[in-house]
Ligand binder design. Structure first.
Ligand SMILES: [Zn+2]
Length: 171
């Protein structure tokens, strides 16, 4: 009789454990889907980025650095074409959106498709409240956006040249 009771207890314990497994699985799946929601469409590991980018580009795009003012190749660049993300090639700005801000970095008053292309993130680093802009496709750091632009949009997308590539328009 006692043996039967112990057997019954073991059965109960097994039943309890087997009920736990699906619950854990659900929780795992939930946290997985949360991770996926914040995932970028174009993802690479740190090692892959280091292989693809120059060390200067890696510092800016992946470590959120800033190039020296006036040093970038697109600062005083006025050709017709499209500025793309140096990380993933996503088209970000047109030459029509570029203006001379005299701030030392390429500046744009808008981007090609709003938040779909250029994502804004609040940045509290260096004791300042600024709004960081990143490529919505790969998360690469582009620069910052300010609301002191001189054109109708009132916006100034202040972008590192190293975050950009340029595709010349051929007419
Ligand atoms: Zn990108």
């Amino acid at each position: 009789m006692q043996a039967f009771f112990i057997f019954f207890l073991i059965l109960l314990t097994l039943e309890f454990l087997s009920c736990q497994t699906p619950l854990n699985k659900i929780e795992n799946n939930l946290s997985k889907s949360k991770q996926e929601a914040t995932k970028m469409k174009y993802e690479k590991t740190d090692d892959e980025w280091k292989k693809q980018l120059s060390s200067e580009q890696y510092d800016i795009l992946r470590l959120k650095g800033t190039e020296r003012p006036g040093s970038g190749k697109y600062n005083s660049h006025n050709e017709k074409g499209i500025y793309t993300c140096a990380g993933c090639g996503s088209e970000l700005f047109t030459n029509d959106q570029k203006f001379d801000s005299h701030c030392g970095w390429p500046s744009f008053d808008n981007n090609i498709a709003g938040e779909e292309k250029v994502k804004q993130i609040k940045d509290y680093s260096y004791g300042m409240i600024r709004t960081e802009i990143v490529c919505a496709n790969c998360g690469g750091h582009l620069g910052h956006i300010f609301d002191d632009g001189p054109t109708a949009t009132g916006l100034r997308y202040c972008v590192n040249s190293l975050s950009l590539n340029f595709i010349k328009k051929t007419e």
